[in-house]
Write a protein that binds this ligand. Sequence first.
Ligand code: GTP
Ligand code: MG
Length: 197
Amino acid sequence: LFAAECRFFYAAQRLDQLPEPDRPEIAFAGRSNVGKSTLINALTGHKALARASSQPGRTKQLNFFDLGQRLTLVDMPGYGYAEAAKAVKEDWQGLMFDFLRGRPTLRRVLLLLDSRIEIKANDLEAMKLLDRAAVSFQLVLTKSDAPKPPVLAAKRVAVEALARKHAAAHPEVILTSSETGLGITELRATLAELALP
Ligand code: GTP
Ligand code: MG
């Protein structure tokens, strides 16, 4: 699947502009700067297909990427970005949460958590929302190259406990790093199972 050509094909600023819901979709959600766009690039083997940035608030739309017409990856704006103007922030976040709740073709949400940062109230809110909407999600610990091994191990245990507390959460937590490539092969295999044949 990931050997197929991956291309950007759509950007939506509003819910009434979404592409036809005609194939399985995987959404990448999480705090601003957690590494959503970077993870899409790592999975698809591109350097800058999804635009990543050290500045939080980089992704402001829903960006759709096609993988061989079998699976769509959706790069979402992040939440929890304090510096954006309030109205702008509410627009992106409203778009993100409405999409997560209402998209019929959404097969799984990858909810990314930064392994260097404490889990915040808005991460827990996002899990609650997915749980209530019964949208299957999987927790991914990003930037696993950064913490010291014992810190990372403790974080993993904590995140696995969170997964067990949410009915819609996949029990397995995936650790990734776009620096070392950790978890990328594993995540590709997971996503390939959700693609059209
Ligand atoms: P928004 O679009 O603002 O919501 O952010 P995002 O979640 O798309 O984050 P993005 O991919 O733009 O990455 C944010 C920053 O984190 C960039 O400076 C990346 O280089 C860095 N980053 C992403 N993944 C990793 C990783 O695995 N390891 C390390 N060390 N840095 C990473
Ligand atoms: Mg982004």
